[in-house]
Ligand binder design. Structure first.
Ligand code: 13P
Ligand code: SF4
Length: 361
């Protein structure tokens, strides 16, 4: 059947084609939902094949996207690495706009599509390239590390990028390279505070926040502990420091996934975006997930419907000015060239090793 056909029926052929995916997601998707989702999943997977396209799906995508059509899934660092390695002609970013820009920066000759141009990020929106230029004037000689959750124009102004999976490692590497004891880490204030607790390097920070993680409080964690005393609590480093201090583990979304898959806790709470638990739960049937979580409205703009439309109509193409892309590439590539983070080291992150707070710009 041609993939552009307008038939979206749940036929026996579609059912057979998507059976393995259904087995994976059935704990999180109802049979009624599946009858609507499976035909789209089948069409998307055929279109990807016909157009030599791949879908990079972030851990915050809903399960039918993550498990149904994602070719490469993971955290921001993992997706950036996959984009750099990809041989496909088209990359569809099932994530937010800064992630699609990162893919385009790393793959200038490929077509990079984002299914909804409005899929933004409160961190990326918190800082501009002009802000970074002013900061550099104020702190001459200090290296600038930017979180990947920024625009390509911001990345172009910086020395090296980081993600939540490697921020401590990047800060220490760049401080060594520049021979300095202070580093500018932009734009997430909470990630910066959490990194400052892990390194003797002084951190100068910006007041950007993730609108999903900033809402978790230490009181939330205390209530969870009181209600589920045996649950292991894993928190994302974009949360406030008091939240991490009250948790059992802190790490990127990939590190949380790794924790559950390797340690197999009986009960777990993931202090992060809601879809993360759904996706890990599909792979960890013996773990019970307690679910206090917050939705990212930007991630939730991506759906099977708009992924299908993106592939069918080659929309919406992400483009970046060539000069900006070249400078941004140097920052992202420098990060990618560092050795992959040692995941077990993340297990210490909740315990502060240093008590010097950040200097807020
Ligand atoms: P990671 O997947 O890199 O942990 O980042 C979380 C996030 O908020 C991405 O937008
Ligand atoms: Fe941005 Fe937070 Fe949403 Fe990630 S979860 S895209 S950091 S707003």
């Amino acid at each position: 059947m041609a993939d552009g056909s307008t038939t979206f029926a749940f036929t026996p052929a579609v059912e057979a084609e998507t059976q393995a995916i259904w087995e994976k997601v059935r704990a999180r998707v109802t049979p009624m939902e599946w009858r609507l989702q499976a035909p789209l999943i089948a069409k998307i997977n055929r279109l990807k094949h016909d157009k030599n396209a791949v879908i990079l799906a972030h851990n915050y995508m809903t399960p039918e996207i993550f498990h149904g059509v994602g070719d490469y899934v993971g955290d921001s660092l993992g997706l950036a690495r996959e984009a750099a390695r990809s041989e496909a002609a088209i990359i569809v970013q099932a994530g937010v706009h800064f992630m699609a820009e990162t893919s385009k920066v790393l793959c200038p000759d490929k077509t990079v599509l984002i299914p909804d141009l409005r899929a933004g990020c409160s961190l990326a929106a918190s800082i501009t390239a002009a802000d970074v230029r002013l900061i550099k004037q104020r702190y001459p000689g200090l290296p600038v590390v930017t979180y990947v959750n920024t625009t390509a124009a911001v990345k172009a102004e910086t020395d090296v990028c980081c993600t939540s999976a490697n921020a401590v490692q990047v800060v220490e590497a760049v401080a060594r390279e520049f021979g300095v004891d202070r580093v500018i880490l932009l734009p997430d204030e909470f990630l910066a505070r959490n990194v400052a607790r892990q390194t003797p390097i002084g951190i100068i920070a910006w007041q950007g926040r993730c609108e999903v993680h900033e809402r978790f409080t230490a009181e939330d964690i205390a209530e969870i502990r009181a209600s589920w005393p045996n649950a292991e609590i894993l928190a994302h480093p974009e949360c406030p420091a008091e939240v991490l201090a009250a948790s059992d583990f802190a790490g990127s979304t990939a590190a949380m996934n790794n924790y559950v898959m390797t340690r197999k806790p009986r009960q777990v709470v993931l202090i992060t975006e809601c879809s993360m638990s759904d996706n890990v739960a599909c792979d960890a049937p013996d773990t019970e997930f307690v679910r206090p979580c917050n939705l990212c409205p930007h991630m939730k703009r991506i759906s099977l419907e708009n992924i299908y439309a993106a592939l069918l109509n080659d929309r919406y193409e992400v483009t970046i000015d060539a000069a900006i892309a070249e400078r941004a590439r140097a920052s992202v590539q420098r990060m990618i060239d560092l050795p992959p983070p040692a995941v077990p080291a993340r297990y210490d992150m909740v315990k502060a090793r240093h008590h010097v707070d950040v200097e807020l710009i």
